[in-house]
Ligand binder design. Structure first.
Ligand SMILES: Nc1ncnc2c1ncn2[C@@H]1O[C@H](COP(=O)(O)OP(=O)(O)OP(=O)(O)O)[C@@H](O)[C@H]1O
Length: 634
């Protein structure tokens, strides 16, 4: 218990230091605004220190001149005593207004300067964070929760911005004012100054202790908020499934749990902050009483003037006011530190998959692919792919078949370099994938998945995401190739029709055909199809299959399918089970082998014969002429 406490105390300041160090380049860019802000801040502090002085002079030189004889340590004292009381009073009163005016102007510039600097800085950091998140590998995103990541990009960054203006600046101002006041107090009378600062150790002790408690509680609160956002994001994005499975109550319970956890932590943080502030108020009372008690003796003994005592008591009030707020600000800064650390956690995560040193722009691929003893695991305990080796010639069609969970999708994701193999290598046209720049590799691979994801935006935008900057003519060509043109034209605004989030306002088959158009416009020499026709009705399946035949014509193609009828004309069939290629060859060869593939085929054949109507399937006809559209746009 003690160990974890001391650990968190040690962790608090380095956390802030780490954040400042990491963001130093962004800070440097705002140098001039920060200098303006800091210069104005210093002016504000000096004016703050001057505030009680006109009152002191009014007491010492006008109201109680007899008691002011000891106050000649001031250089202007002699000059002041030369002035007539009425001129002196007018000047002093005017100086009160002047100090207030200049102080207000200085405060204004320091706040505005800091706010501008913080906004500029955090806009940049937020953009960096977003780009970094996009670059992090799938292995990271598989583990992370979407809602939690969104909270980091939005509210954690916002908190950092807010706190730099609402807490860091005032904290700096208050601390410097405090130091200034202590110096002036010592200069005026060391004995009273010592009494005034006697409560400091007590103050520091309680602030540090409570601040660390607040920091821990706030971290818990943020975790709760992250989990809450994650639950909400997950369930809202899968609302169809939630409704179908009647998961509302279960999800509500989960949400309620995190909501309550976060609110409890928030209440606790509030409680701790309030306790800290009250503690400081008490200390202010004690210090004022002690200074007055000793100060009045000193005034009566003519060691200090009544005006001096006035400055002391005033300083105590002004100096302790910042101390009261210090508690509030440290609480806020502790919150912001927790937010900053959450942002840093992401920025410091290095993408597993990135361009290797000296990576080259990939030349246009012919499409020869070779897997050499490739093994892969998502986590070290369990190998998902074991020693996979096979070879595909340019333009050949490879079918990946076998029981669910065997590793088929994993195998094709290695080709896209979503993950890297643990051992072995994958060659395209004789070169290891890792020699190429990621973007230039992925640009030459098209994918169509079982549930193709579309983005909110127009139909035209969605197709052009296959190749950014594509002309409308090409988009229309791709849509025709994908059997999508006719239904797109029937939409209310044709190609300009806005799709809902993930293409929610289209049918599965229509979404799939737009995804095929998106894949087609890429003109990629390698195509990956991961169960592209599963779940479609006969009519849609026919349209999609036809489109896929055109898309894959003369391109190296990987087709994952559970339906062996759709794959039997492939040049190479890989039967994958439990992460291994158990059998490989053409349909005829595998049937002759009479092994696992033949058994699976026989089962499917039987169920087909037993009366299930079969629609037309995607099947690769070697030498098929079903590709009249291709030549148009290439
Ligand atoms: N992101 C992941 N993290 C950890 N394990 C994973 C991940 N994705 C898949 N797996 C595991 O890897 C194994 C292979 O999955 P994969 O999706 O490649 O199989 P598949 O043959 O394509 O299955 P299906 O035919 O059902 O799509 C499975 O046991 C699965 O649980």
């Amino acid at each position: 218990m003690r160990r974890s406490d001391s650990k968190s105390i040690r962790a608090a300041l380095p956390g802030l230091g780490r954040i400042l160090k990491h963001f130093a380049p962004q800070l440097r860019k705002q140098k001039w605004l920060l200098i303006l802000s800091f210069g104005s801040l210093l002016a504000e502090i000096v004016l703050h220190l001057l505030e009680p002085w006109p009152l002191k002079f009014i007491f010492d030189y006008i109201l109680l001149p007899n008691a002011s004889h000891k106050s000649h340590h001031l250089p202007i004292a002699a000059a002041l005593s030369q002035l007539s009381p009425s001129v002196l009073l007018t000047s002093l009163v005017a100086s009160i207004v002047a100090i207030a005016l200049l102080g207000a102007a200085a405060a204004y510039f320091s706040i505005v300067g800091m706010a501008l600097a913080a906004t500029n800085m955090l806009t940049e950091i937020r953009t960096d964070l977003y780009s970094h998140l996009q670059r992090l590998s799938l292995a990271f995103h598989n583990q992370a929760k979407t809602g939690d990541l969104i909270t980091r990009v939005t509210s954690d960054i916002e908190r950092l911005r807010e706190v730099s203006v609402m807490a860091v600046l005032p904290l700096l101002a208050n601390s410097l004012t405090l130091v200034g006041m202590i110096l002036v107090m010592f200069w005026m009378n060391w004995e009273l100054a010592l009494i005034a600062i006697a409560i400091f150790p007590w103050f520091l002790f309680s602030t540090v202790r409570l601040t660390h408690k607040i920091r821990r509680v706030v971290k818990m609160q943020r975790q709760g908020e992250g989990a809450m956002a994650a639950t909400a994001a997950e369930s809202i994005s899968a609302i169809k499934v939630v409704k179908a499975l009647s998961l509302h109550e279960m999800l509500e319970r989960v949400f309620f749990h995190y909501n309550r956890k976060s609110l409890r932590a928030s209440n606790k943080a509030q409680q701790l902050s309030a306790a800290l502030e009250r503690m400081v108020e008490l200390l202010v009372g004690v210090a004022t009483a002690l200074v007055l008690w000793r100060g009045v003796y000193l005034v009566l003994a003519k060691i200090v003037t009544p005006g001096d005592l006035l400055v002391f008591v005033n300083y105590l009030r002004i100096a302790f006011k910042p101390m009261r707020q210090l508690a509030k600000y440290t609480g806020q800064i502790a919150k912001a530190t927790a937010s900053g650390e959450r942002v840093l956690d992401i920025l410091n995560t290095v993408p597993d998959i990135q361009d290797s040193k000296g990576a080259l722009e990939a030349p246009p691929f012919l499409g020869a692919i070779r897997f050499e003893n490739v093994s892969f695991a998502y986590n070290p305990e369990q190998l998902i792919l074991k020693n996979i080796s096979f070879e595909v010639q340019p333009g050949q069609q490879v079918a990946l078949v076998g029981p669910s969970g065997g590793g088929k999708s994993t195998l094709v994701s290695l080709l896209l370099r979503l993950y890297d193999p643990i051992t072995g290598r994958i060659l395209i046209d004789g070169h290891d994938l890792r020699e190429y720049k990621l973007q230039s590799l992925r640009r030459q691979i098209s994918i169509v998945l079982q549930d193709s994801i579309l983005f909110s935006g127009t139909v035209q935008d969605n197709i052009s995401y296959g190749r950014l900057g594509a002309r409308f003519k090409e988009i229309e060509w791709a849509a025709r190739l994908a059997n999508a043109h006719d239904f797109i034209m029937a939409l209310p605004q044709g190609y300009a029709t806005i799709l809902g989030e993930r293409g929610a306002n289209l049918s599965g088959g229509q979404r799939q055909r737009i995804a095929i158009a998106r894949a087609a416009i890429r003109h990629a020499p390698i195509v990956i199809l991961d169960e592209p026709t599963t779940g479609l009705d006969n009519e849609n399946e026919r349209a999609v299959s036809e489109a896929l035949q055109r898309l894959t014509y003369k391109r190296t193609t990987f087709l994952i399918s559970h339906n062996l009828k759709t794959t039997q004309s492939a040049d190479l069939i890989l039967y994958i089970e439990n992460g291994q290629i158990i059998e490989q060859g053409t349909h005829t060869e595998l049937m002759r082998l009479n092994g696992r593939y033949a058994a699976m085929y026989a089962i499917q054949d039987k169920s087909d014969l037993s009366g299930k109507a079969e629609g037309r399937r995607l099947s690769w006809q070697k030498g098929s002429d079903s590709e009249p559209l291709h030549s148009h746009c290439e």
